[in-house]
Design a protein around this ligand. Sequence first.
Ligand code: NCD
Ligand code: ZN
Length: 335
Amino acid sequence: MSKTTFSLHSPLDMHIHFREGAMLRRVAPLSAETFSGGVIMPNLVPPVDNQDRLDRYEREIREVVERHAFEPYMTLFLRPYTESELASMKDRIIGVKLYPEGVTTHSEEGVGELRDVEDTLALMQDLDIRLMVHGETTDFVMDRERAFLPVYEDLATRFPRLHIVMEHITTREAAALLDRHENLSATVTLQHLLITLDDVAGGLLNPHLFCKPIAKRPEDREALLALALEAHPGLVFGSDSAPHPVDKKESAGCAAGVFTAPIALQMLVGLFEEHGALDRLQAFVSDNAKRIYGVEPPAKTVVFEKTGAVIPERYGDVIPMYPGRELDWKVAEVR
Ligand code: NCD
Ligand code: ZN
């Protein structure tokens, strides 16, 4: 009997947390195996916010993923930068990430007042450096992204030549913003296409689905899924895969972050197939990103086969989304 297969070319993960040291060595190869490249988030402790830190972090990543055709697209943590700092690091990064102070994991050094970084944003616009944003305020948790949307509109209007990426959008209002400003694009995660707050906290609390921004309402998920399935030209896949050791997840004071890197592509193939949209997946996981960010990742073909597979319970001390769940598709070959 012939096997059903499906192929993706040079898939990209435009928002990923690799961490450092032992965690990096555990998780980065899992992404590098199937993805051709990824946007590496800078929220380390201390953050990646100077040339030396950037050099060392990039070198550490390249050593770990050496065996694979994988391009790490590096980012800097936004603080007030001088023109010479930005000019010297510009060619080494894909963007600078704005974390409002205290809104998520390791954002203590984030931006308190936007006016503190206005000059830097103007420099970034002049130097053609992209701004990536964790778009949440410190309002009531379900309203944090919606409350941030006027900031996106304000920045997009006042800095019309600055490319602004709304990271990990979770609401239908954020989805709608994409069509209102030419200089806005967005990433969306796997979990926000699949789950709502009900899956996190509607029954027994599921710490492995807890992340920032928190999953929202069914109508939000539907709006995001519709955009992904049509491969909206302003939307790209960014897993926001964010590993934490099991003792930090299954504990009082659970850390925010869902670990999806090794299963994201297989699950996306299943999801797009279920909705009759497999012909759009290439654009959503690669072509849109290549166009929007102007990158040319290493050539890689990932062949998926429709055959039963099971999500591992653990990757070392990290528990993935949906441990033990059966999948319809598995990665059969990478070439
Ligand atoms: C991320 C992390 O753990 O670094 N956590 C998360 O819930 N998404 C940080 C982030 O992207 O907000
Ligand atoms: Zn993230």
